[in-house]
Design a binder for this molecule. Structure first.
Ligand code: SF4
Length: 700
């Protein structure tokens, strides 16, 4: 296989958590090089398929809109000037106000190697755990749910299960648009499909059964299912007895949820609910596939656990075609977790407990090891607002658009004494708040690894030269480390060096006690790294070819080796609709755009589907509020407002709206959906409640 040559290279799509393999073909036509992008037929995640975003990747390349040079206080400068300033200010703040006065805010767009050095610098050498990531906004409740139940942030399933399952239950996921290649794999399989989602979507159109539950009622639904399984003798008592603990309490919490009570709370007819419960009860190969609709909630961790409870109660975990499968949103959300990119984790899935802190300290020979978790994303930006954080380095993400209370976050950044923004794009809402702008390499220029939703590590490979003076993020971080006096520990010259150290740490004093283990790569040579085939972790002596599924042996990473049932008392969204804000706003991705559109907005083909933010409104609500199809409307919440174009859609339930997350402006009006969301978060995971926001609707 040709991985990298002047004509052809294999890399990975930088958009969603599916992590599709991409083949790049370069052709010389007259004096220019023409790049075409196709699916990599040999990549085991997509076997040659690409969705519309992946197919348009070639259109997003080029200098247009790129940040070409470093800038200091609005003036172009060289790297040395910019980094001297950053290092001096970091050193001064750390000296005068302590290590917690500085922070890094990262992104699931970064490569694992970028993430690794950022985490090492902040947690081992600066001495703070103030390093968090936009992954907090999309999958941190899934991490917390897995850790509570399984003892590790370890996805038990793989994509092959989509074809092997007989029943797939999609919960809070519009996979046909958000994870299209996985949806195609489901359709190619034989499974019946049940969709649990408050609104009709491209996914529910293809489903055998659609449960349009009330916003936020997922935990009631799965408590009801657990109760039904117990009442109808559909539990796997042998599995519960030998491989789990805490079942009685979980069942006691679920027993309140009779079929009628669950139907009432979920707003779904009892006969539809019964059809779902029977399907689940009778189908051994059942896969639950869940995403942001479950996670983006102030009770997201509990919701995750009610789903996992049902799989543990039936012993359907780690088996072919069966398991609770959380699907990550971003291309490297999982890679970030592996290196400790969340404020409450250490590298290689270790925790902030004495033995792990000591282990990481010894491995890194770290002089200033962080001893306690840092601030999670929402708290981090509040600390910027109060002045507790005086310097923040934001990499590859646009929190001025994507954070809840986006306007408040923007204002906090404007007032912050030092905001450093590394991005490949010149003009973003966040870049406008920056004191220092650093040009980062983009897709096609970067070189490293990402981990997709099935734990598969794939290579992103360089196939074009850096644009302008762009540098890799890991190089910029190592530069800062060196200027802060840690040259020796950050003396990496190639991403393979970083990956090798990351692999060594994953195996360091790991005698099977930690799930994340890629120690087989501890001595990987650069040429082996360059030709690394996609592989699913753990990859160690016991699993040299990687591991498709986990927990098939009924052994878990808890202290007892048993999986934990979690007793859940369902909670409603923290903000409730009221006469002032009488409608529920749901939000999410659309098919053709990605995040805040800084890249996909460059592709004409992708804008053709929809150029401005569209607010989906039930026709009955439209009549009630005097709104015609196509007019501009404004949504107000207790936190902020946004503008969009009205689209009448009977797939929206009356009283519920849907808006896309991508736009920051619509026809010169503010259009950030996250400006409407409040700062309410899940108490365990810190994930914000984006999916249920009370709003008011009016024509503009
Ligand atoms: Fe890229 Fe996701 Fe589309 Fe695959 S499904 S091509 S990873 S955006």
């Amino acid at each position: 296989k040709e991985y990298l040559s002047t004509q052809r290279s294999c890399t990975t799509c930088p958009y969603c958590g599916v992590g599709c393999g991409v083949t790049i073909n370069k052709e010389k036509r007259q004096s220019t090089s023409v790049i075409s992008v196709t699916g990599d037929k040999q990549h085991p995640s997509n076997f040659g398929r690409l969705c519309v975003k992946g197919s348009a990747l070639g259109e997003t390349l080029g200098e247009h809109g790129r940040l070409l040079r470093p800038h200091l206080h609005g003036e172009a400068c060289d790297w040395d000037t910019a980094m001297s300033y950053v290092a001096d200010e970091f050193a001064r703040n750390i000296h005068e106000h302590g290590p917690n006065s500085v922070a890094f805010y990262l992104s699931g767009q970064l490569l694992t190697e970028d993430y690794y050095v950022a985490n090492k610098l902040m947690k081992g050498f600066i001495g703070s755990a103030n390093i968090d990531t936009n992954s907090r906004l999309c999958m941190s409740s899934a991490v917390a749910g897995y850790k509570r139940a399984l003892g590790a942030d370890a996805v038990p399933c793989c994509y092959e299960d989509l074809e092997e399952a007989d029943l797939i239950v999609l919960i809070g996921s519009n996979a046909a648009w958000t994870h299209p290649i996985l949806f195609q794999r489901m359709q190619a399989g034989k499974a019946k499909i049940v969709v649990v989602d408050p609104r009709a979507s491209a996914t529910s159109e293809m489903a055998d059964l659609h449960l349009a539950i009330n916003p936020g009622s997922d935990a009631a639904l799965f408590n009801g299912l657990l109760n039904f399984l117990a009442q109808h003798n559909r539990l796997n008592h042998h599995y519960i007895q030998h491989h789990t603990q805490g079942f009685e309490l979980a069942l006691e919490a679920a027993q309140h949820w009779s079929l009628q009570q669950t139907a009432l709370s979920c707003g779904v007819p009892a006969e539809k609910l019964l059809a779902f419960f029977r399907l689940f009860a009778e189908t051994e190969k059942t896969l639950s596939f869940y995403s942001q609709g479950v996670n983006q909630s102030s009770s997201g961790t509990d919701k995750n656990n009610t789903i996992i409870n049902c799989h543990l109660a039936t012993g359907r975990i780690g088996q072919i075609g069966a398991g609770p499968f959380s699907i990550t949103g971003q291309p490297n959300a999982m890679g970030g977790r592996e290196v400790g990119g969340l404020a409450n984790m250490l590298a290689a899935h270790m925790e902030f407990k004495e033995s792990d802190i000591d282990r990481v300290r010894r491995f890194w020979d770290a002089p200033n090891m962080a001893l306690a978790p840092g601030l999670k994303a929402v708290d981090m930006f509040h600390a910027v607002e109060t002045g507790q954080i005086k310097a923040i380095w934001i990499m590859a993400t646009n929190p001025a658009v994507s954070m809840p209370e986006a306007e408040r976050v923007t204002e906090a950044l404007r007032k912050c004494p030092l905001v450093i923004v590394s991005d490949c794009i010149a003009d973003t809402d966040t870049a406008r708040c920056a004191d220092v702008l650093l040009p980062a390499t983009g897709w096609g220029e970067k070189n490293g690894t990402v981990t997709n939703a099935e734990r598969r590590i794939s290579r992103q490979r360089t196939f074009i030269d850096p644009t302008g003076e762009a540098r890799h993020d890991w190089q910029a971080i190592c530069d800062l480390a060196s200027r802060l006096g840690f040259r020796e520990q950050f003396n990496f010259t190639h991403p393979a060096d970083i990956f090798r150290e990351h692999a060594q740490l994953s195996g360091f004093e790991n005698n099977g006690s930690r799930a994340f283990d890629i120690s087989l790569f501890s001595n990987i040579a650069q040429n082996e790294y360059d030709t690394l085939e996609p592989v699913q972790w753990p990859v160690n002596r016991e699993n040299p070819q990687g591991s498709a599924r986990l927990f098939g042996n009924g052994k878990f990473f808890t202290e007892t080796g048993r999986a934990n049932f979690i007793a859940v008392k369902p909670r409603t969204p923290q903000q409730q609709i009221s006469p002032s804000y009488p409608l529920w706003l749901n939000s999410g991705r659309i098919r053709d755009q990605w995040h805040t559109m800084t890249r996909t907005g460059r592709a004409r083909k992708l804008l053709d589907h929809s150029e401005i933010a569209e607010i989906q409104i039930n026709p009955r609500d439209a009549r009630k509020y005097g709104i015609d199809e196509g007019v501009l409307v404004e949504l107000h919440s207790a936190q902020g407002k946004m503008c969009g174009r009205a689209v009448l859609n009977s797939g929206q339930k009356p009283g519920e709206l849907f808006a896309p997350i991508h736009w920051s402006q619509t026809l010169a009006q503010e259009s950030k959906v996250s400006a409407l969301a409040g700062a309410e978060v899940d108490p365990i995971s810190g994930q914000p409640e984006f999916k249920q926001v009370p709003v008011q609707l009016k024509a503009l």
